[in-house]
Ligand binder design. Structure first.
Ligand code: ZN
Length: 307
């Protein structure tokens, strides 16, 4: 059996798994907390989780891949910038390779997760796929005609940073990327919570402070919550519809905790996508829910390392 190691570095923890390359199955997985955000602390946590996963799997991986939330320079393994962790120009691939004793390919975390869904998840068997994740933030990975798109600067698929109009009565919001008016600031989990805080300060949204609260209230028939979900879905759905129109992927995978945990929001987003995608790109578009959950990132990173 040929096995590869996948590592997924998140904002607060790191997950590592040994993957059967032929089937995409997770042979063993381990998760560990980040003690801090410095490269040294992150590498140490990643290596510990990785070595534990390798020991548990009982097979030696032939290669390793790491998904990382940041801008990665081509195949060099260098992280050019990672706003979440405050990194600039860190040779993450070299640091991990030195500690693990195998070459480590570093890719953007959502590109890794998209590749996992494409190869062994919801888009398995498809020729192309647009994979959109909405959780705390919003992002996407694009596989066209079998190729994972990275782009000239390595940031292809950053749908969370396309600009949207604020809902009527709401301010233009600042985004974690430093820009204003990004989709993620309205339709990511953190942005949604910030919008709710603003609404509560104006005497609206009483008792609603999280996406889960809005979902419960919308399902119970609360008109304000329903309108809030519609305004959120209108922006997220429009951006996704535009991307489908542009790329003609044939398969659209929707994932991430925000969408998969809130069926009323997911249904509203799907309605907008169906209504606003070009007729030709919409014809035959298969819309699917992401299937791999937390495993998508480690599966994709591992498989990209042997590609
Ligand atoms: Zn942004």
């Amino acid at each position: 059996m040929e096995a590869a190691l996948g590592i997924d570095v998140g904002g607060t923890n790191v997950r590592a798994a040994v993957i059967d390359v032929a089937t995409g199955l997770v042979l063993a997985a381990r998760r560990g907390p980040l003690a801090g955000r410095t490269p040294d602390q992150v590498v140490r946590a990643a290596v510990r989780a990785a070595l534990e996963a390798v020991e548990a799997a009982g097979v030696r991986p032939v290669a390793a891949g790491a998904g990382f939330a940041g801008q990665i320079e081509g195949e060099s393994g260098r992280v050019l910038s990672a706003p979440n962790l405050g990194w600039r120009d860190v040779a993450l691939g070299d640091l991990l390779a030195a500690a693990l004793g195998v070459p480590v390919r570093v890719v953007n975390d959502l590109n890794a997760a998209a590749w996992g869904e494409y190869r062994h998840g919801a888009a398995r068997g498809a020729r192309s796929a647009l994979v959109v994740f909405a959780g705390t933030g919003v992002g996407a990975g694009v596989v066209l005609d079998g190729r994972l798109l990275s782009g000239a600067r390595g940031v292809a698929g950053e749908i969370g940073h396309v600009k949207v109009e604020p809902p009527p009565g709401e301010p233009v919001r600042s985004c974690g990327c430093g820009a204003r008016g990004c989709l993620e600031a309205y339709a990511g989990g953190a942005g949604i919570s910030a919008r709710l805080a603003g609404a509560r300060a104006e005497g609206k949204a009483a008792g609603l402070s999280s996406p889960d609260d809005v979902e419960r209230a919308a399902l119970a028939g609360d008109p304000w919550a329903s309108a809030f979900w519609e305004s959120t879905a209108a922006r997220l759905g429009r951006a996704v519809a535009d991307a489908v129109t542009l790329l003609d992927p044939g398969t659209l995978v929707l994932g991430g905790g925000l969408l998969l945990g809130n069926p009323a929001l997911l249904a509203a987003v799907e309605r907008v996508v169906r209504a606003e995608t070009s007729k030709t790109a919409m014809e035959g578009l298969s819309v699917r829910a992401a299937a791999l959950g937390d495993d998508a990132g480690v599966v994709g990173a591992a498989l990209l390392s042997v590609k």
